[in-house]
Design a protein around this ligand. Structure first.
Ligand code: ADP
Ligand code: MG
Length: 350
């Protein structure tokens, strides 16, 4: 749709030039790419015996990102991680990327090239190749939509619906760091957390700006038939665990004392007089994986997870549906886990 660009942000020639630059810089074909950028559609060659995982995300400026608190490279990086993490949570290997943009008149060519720099930096470790996209003008704000494809052995995708009563609930990494980083960055909170060490501040902000997707672990969980269900933590543990419970028709019990919390987040919580467990339960955009494993597999899990060197923590157990989703506090009392879903940047009205 070159015409909208022509009428708004300049000539279609400029769009052509931008796409050519993107193709030269980032359009290197992978083994499974038959035709990448430059034709009416990309063509890929799926391998026999594998299923295709597809995920797409739309990020709108002012809703999902704010260029006052994030660089355009970071926006690209995080957008890619959000999609790579979805593929990881399916146990699939990410392969291809398509990028659709709506660009406001105020946005420069160099800013778009920096967006791709961030995008491709997140994709490079997984050799995900850029195979296409679309470019349009926007009447207000930048819109970035990514589509990432992945490949998983047929029948082995990790679904949200496979958790069984008695399965152990694991998470990777530490929880709540991204929310801590966001709060440190937000304008409302410019001089927060007095006494928080600069290293802790930098750590939390880096976790917010450059989270990691755990694609290797996702594939190992699928290949070794370890996980019965999996999800990535984009909206926060309390909300995302609910998706597994609803789709698996089960309840869950989370042990507050077991939640993995970084020393930096503990320091932030102490400095701001917040409860670190609440940050860990509510914080979104950590992109850690949450998955369920039958207790009989927990030793194998420890061996397999040692390979990508990830920290894994058992935070609870799957219970019958009628028990609901509950939190055991540090004193041992059980209460209902409050539903708090992470709101990325703005509230969207009903
Ligand atoms: P069409 O008019 O058929 O949609 P386009 O001119 O939009 O064709 O796109 C030409 C080629 O450039 C296609 O291969 C398309 O996938 C690719 N492309 C367009 N925009 C982007 C983008 N923002 N990022 C990557 N590839 C793009
Ligand atoms: Mg197009």
């Amino acid at each position: 749709m070159a015409s909208t660009v022509r009428s708004h942000a300049g000539s279609s020639l400029r769009e052509f030039e931008l796409i050519n630059t993107l193709r030269r810089r980032h359009g290197r074909a992978s083994a499974s790419t038959v035709r990448g950028i430059g034709d009416d559609a990309a063509v890929t060659a799926p391998r026999a015996g594998r299923h295709l995982a597809l995920t797409t995300d739309l990020l709108a400026e002012g809703i999902h990102f704010d260029l006052a608190t994030a660089s355009i490279e970071d926006v690209g990086y995080k957008a890619a991680v959000a999609n790579l993490s979805d593929v990881a949570a399916m146990g699939a290997r990410p392969e291809h990327l398509l990028v659709a943009l709506a660009i406001p008149a105020s946005c420069t060519r160099s800013r778009i090239l920096r967006l791709y720099k961030g995008l491709m930096a997140a994709c490079r470790p997984y050799r995900v190749s850029l195979i296409g996209g679309d470019t349009s003008a926007s009447a207000s704000g930048l819109f970035v939509s990514l589509t990432v494809t992945g490949s998983v052995p047929a029948g082995r995708a990790l679904l949200r619906s496979g958790a069984r009563v008695g399965d152990l609930i694991y998470v990777t990494g530490t929880l709540g760091d991204s929310l801590g980083g966001l709060r440190l960055l937000s304008r409302r909170d410019r001089k927060p957390a007095p006494g928080l060490a600069p290293a802790a501040r930098r750590y939390l902000i880096a976790r917010h700006r450059r989270p990691a997707a755990h694609c290797r672990l996702g594939q190992l969980l699928s290949r070794h038939r370890l996980a019965t269900a999996a999800i990535d933590l984009s909206d926060g543990l309390s909300g995302d665990l609910r998706h597994i419970c609803e789709q698996s028709q089960v309840g869950a019990e989370i042990n507050a004392g077991a939640l993995p919390i970084s020393s930096a987040l503990r320091a932030y919580a102490a400095a701001t007089r917040t409860d670190p467990s609440t940050l860990a339960l509510q914080g979104g955009e950590d992109y850690e994986l949450l998955f369920t494993v039958p207790p009989s597999q927990s030793r194998r899990l420890a061996r397999v997870a040692a390979r990508p060197g990830l920290r894994l923590t058992c935070i609870g157990v799957i219970r019958p549906k009628r028990k609901g989703i509950r939190l055991r506090d540090e004193a041992g009392a059980l209460r209902r886990l409050p539903l708090t879903s992470y709101v990325h940047f703005h509230k969207v009205s009903d």
